[in-house]
Design a protein around this ligand. Structure first.
Ligand SMILES: C[S@@+](CC[C@H](N)C(=O)[O-])C[C@H]1O[C@@H](n2cnc3c(N)ncnc32)[C@H](O)[C@@H]1O
Ligand SMILES: Nc1nc2[nH]cc(C(=O)O)c2c(=O)[nH]1
Ligand code: SF4
Ligand SMILES: [Mg+2]
Length: 215
């Protein structure tokens, strides 16, 4: 029996988020997630999907001849074979990123991968799932993200930024407005007013392609 993963989709698009926003990227979206964030834009990945071998997935990715590959979901780390998939993608020479909820242990992820760890805010309704031990593991190759739903979430994110010195630990601290919950302009104004060492990120793919799956 070969190693397998349950996969919702593999597609080639422009990275809409993080430090590689705007760069052509292959996305591998793994099926299933143990969380239920109030705002989740990828709920179609909670179930269904197709069981595929790692060989088959790696072969499809190679067909796009990408430079960047992003493994997302669902929650990728909920499937143990996400770890060997990430390693194989690094071995193939791609610049690999992992989008993860921060609720699962990120220690086994290949260090060549840029781990994008989302610290769940109170507005997500899943903040009790945050695994704060992950923060100690972060390096300058990693990124921390806050998806912010309200002024209360913003104040909470600023308190975590200061408490953990996140801008010194991770290569990027990303503040992203929760799409539909918070006006990007308000968040931009708060970040400037407070002179924060963070990057405002908008979800580029939602401006380009609305919320279509596979883009
Ligand atoms: C769909 S999740 C998949 C990976 C992983 N489960 C996680 O939460 O990081 C990818 C990223 O999209 C973000 N996201 C989901 N819905 C969003 C929304 N409505 N507005 C802004 N970001 C959103 C998540 O917070 C997460 O950072
Ligand atoms: N274009 C595009 N960029 C993305 N970056 C992170 C995504 C995700 O759903 O995790 C995503 C996505 O779904 N599409
Ligand atoms: S952890 Fe990620 S995939 Fe799961 S519900 Fe939250 S945003 Fe959606
Ligand atoms: Mg998405």
């Amino acid at each position: 029996m070969q190693d397998t993963l349950r996969i919702t989709e593999v597609f080639y698009s422009l990275q809409g988020e993080t430090r590689t926003a705007g760069l052509p990227t292959v996305f591998v979206r793994l099926t299933g997630c143990p969380l239920r964030c109030q705002y989740c834009d990828s709920a179609y990945a909670f179930s269904g999907g197709t069981v595929r071998t790692l060989d088959d997935i790696v072969e499809q990715v190679a067909g796009y001849r990408p430079r960047y590959v992003c493994v997302t979901g669902g929650e990728p780390l909920a499937q143990p074979n996400a770890i060997p998939l990430l390693e194989r993608l690094c071995d193939a020479g791609y610049e690999v990123s992992l989008e993860t909820s921060g609720a699962l242990d990120v220690s086994a992820v290949d260090p060549r991968v840029s781990r994008v760890v989302d610290l769940k805010t109170p507005g997500s309704k899943e903040a009790h799932r945050n695994r704060y031990e992950n923060i100690e593991l972060l390096t300058r190759n990693d990124q921390v993200k806050f998806v912010i739903c309200s002024r209360e979430d913003y104040d909470w994110a600023v308190s975590k930024l200061i408490q953990y010195g996140l801008d010194r630990r991770a290569g990027e601290v990303l503040f992203s407005p929760s799409h539909h919950d918070l006006n990007a302009r308000d968040l931009a104004d708060w970040v400037v007013a407070d002179n924060l060492p963070v990057r405002l990120q908008l979800q580029l793919h939602k401006y380009l392609w609305n919320d279509e799956p596979g883009r």
